[in-house]
Design a protein around this ligand. Structure first.
Ligand code: CTP
Length: 417
């Protein structure tokens, strides 16, 4: 998710990122205990620049008040279908919305929507809008599992509505845990961003991304690794998913939160990463190797913990497999392969060498000596070098913005230009 609080330096000017600038979103809130999460959703949508029109059903108002949403969105909140002077409100709101999100959507509301009812403002808006609609169900796990609710969800999906799966987790107090929890507002936000994204060259493509370091065991408790946080690969996976791709993220141990939407495959060693990438590569339209697999591993792994008293004076090392090189034969014809190059000396020449040696279409060059670039930072400054010899030096940007720049380029390569 792109955050609006992250700023980047453009000369001396700090520019906030507002990914939903002026997008008109209708947030419908129905009467579930999870409606407290919708207040946070309204807030993050507004912070991201969206103009959020909130519609509360009668039962939603038992849980949260209109004043809360009015204060969070800075806009009038709508509650009734028939108010003097507002007779055509449902039509106006339905027309203005670029996206309708119902969060939380109760079992009762799913049922009314599936039946095409128009007996309150929110239900009437659903019939009057042509915008995409996202339902975010939240209810007791038995209500979610009931065949009637399942049938309603199937029918809603047949009608073209998006219905998120609820999270598995703790439900209302005393109700234990199960599927039924409303997904976190940040997750809903990511889905909204994806639905609002215009179609690009990446829509519907299979994108395989690697991220993070690997760990190479010395004994059951010790390993060799590196300082990669996984941030760059996570930003790429998130941005590719937002652009409509089906994303698989093969990742080593991460120190940051994994992205929404991508299928996550966790691995430990470079050998594990090789296996998981090789298995998925034949289906992939794009491979982006943002991981920093270890180049060496201890030549031997001790079966039990090495004791201090018998500490070896040196650890013999062996090379790990080069994943890009080893999997060359598994690539799908016409797929786009992107590698990274982290360099300290003669960066351009070394990056060009990797482009040729590893059979890449694009290499993303990081200069490890630059501050604000490379490992353990929120920002990156990269140069993109393509197989056709072109080179573009990008300014210092957030990793989210670097991800977008890389994917713009990949989209162009997929389209054949
Ligand atoms: N890479 C890989 N398998 C490895 C190591 C690296 O596939 N065992 C990939 C990285 O994910 C990256 C690219 O190769 O996309 C270049 O990684 P980098 O560490 O810059 O290069 P190395 O191949 O390790 O070469 P050197 O250490 O000589 O710079």
């Amino acid at each position: 998710m792109r955050s609006n609080t992250v700023s980047f330096r453009d000369g001396a000017v700090e520019k906030p990122v507002r990914p939903l600038d002026r997008r008109r979103i209708l947030l419908g809130v129905t009467g579930g205990i999870a409606s407290y999460k919708s207040a946070w959703l309204a807030r993050i949508l507004t912070q991201a620049g969206a103009e959020v029109d909130v519609v509360l059903t009668r039962s939603a108002q038992e849980f949260v008040g209109a004043v809360t949403f009015e204060a969070l969105t800075g806009r009038r909140v709508h509650t009734a279908i028939l108010e003097p002077g507002q007779a055509l409100e449902h039509i106006k709101l339905a027309r203005a919305a670029e996206l309708v999100v119902i969060a939380p959507a109760t079992a009762d509301f799913l049922s009314r929507a599936a039946a095409g009812r128009a007996d309150d403002l929110l239900a009437a808006i659903l019939l009057a809008t042509t915008a995409p609609v996202l339902f975010v169900p939240a209810m007791n796990d038995r209500m979610w599992a009931h065949p009637q609710t399942r049938a309603n969800v199937v029918h809603l999906r047949e009608l073209g509505y998006r219905v998120l799966e609820p999270d598995v987790g703790e439900l209302a107090v005393g109700e234990g845990s199960g599927p039924g929890r409303m997904p976190e507002p940040e997750t809903v936000f990511a889905h909204i961003g994806r639905l609002l994204e215009p179609a690009t060259g990446l829509t519907g493509k299979r994108v395989l991304v690697s991220a993070g370091p690997t760990r190479e065991a010395l004994d059951p408790v010790r390993f060799i690794s590196n300082r990669s946080s996984g941030r760059m690969g996570i930003a790429i996976a998130a941005a590719a998913w937002r652009r409509g791709a089906n994303v698989t993220l093969v990742h080593g141990p991460l120190t940051v939160r994994p992205p929404t939407g991508a299928l996550l495959v966790g691995v430990e060693s470079a050998q594990d990463m090789l296996r998981e990438i090789a298995e998925r590569l034949p289906e992939a339209d794009v491979l982006i190797m943002a991981a920093a697999p270890a180049d060496f591993r201890p030549a031997e792994v001790a079966g039990s913990k090495l004791k201090k008293a018998s500490a070896p004076s040196a650890v013999p090392l062996a090379a790990t497999p080069d994943i890009l090189v080893e999997t060359t034969g598994a690539r799908k014809v016409g797929s786009i392969i992107v590698g990274f190059a982290l360099e300290t000396d003669e960066p351009i020449a070394n990056a060009r060498g990797k482009l040729a040696r590893k059979g890449l279409d694009l290499v993303v060059l990081n200069d490890a000596r630059e501050s604000g670039a490379g490992f353990e930072t929120e920002t990156n400054r990269v140069t993109l070098l393509a197989r056709d010899g072109t080179m573009s030096e990008l300014p210092l940007m957030t990793k989210d913005q670097v991800a977008d720049a890389i994917l713009d380029r990949v989209g162009g390569l997929l389209g054949g230009h």
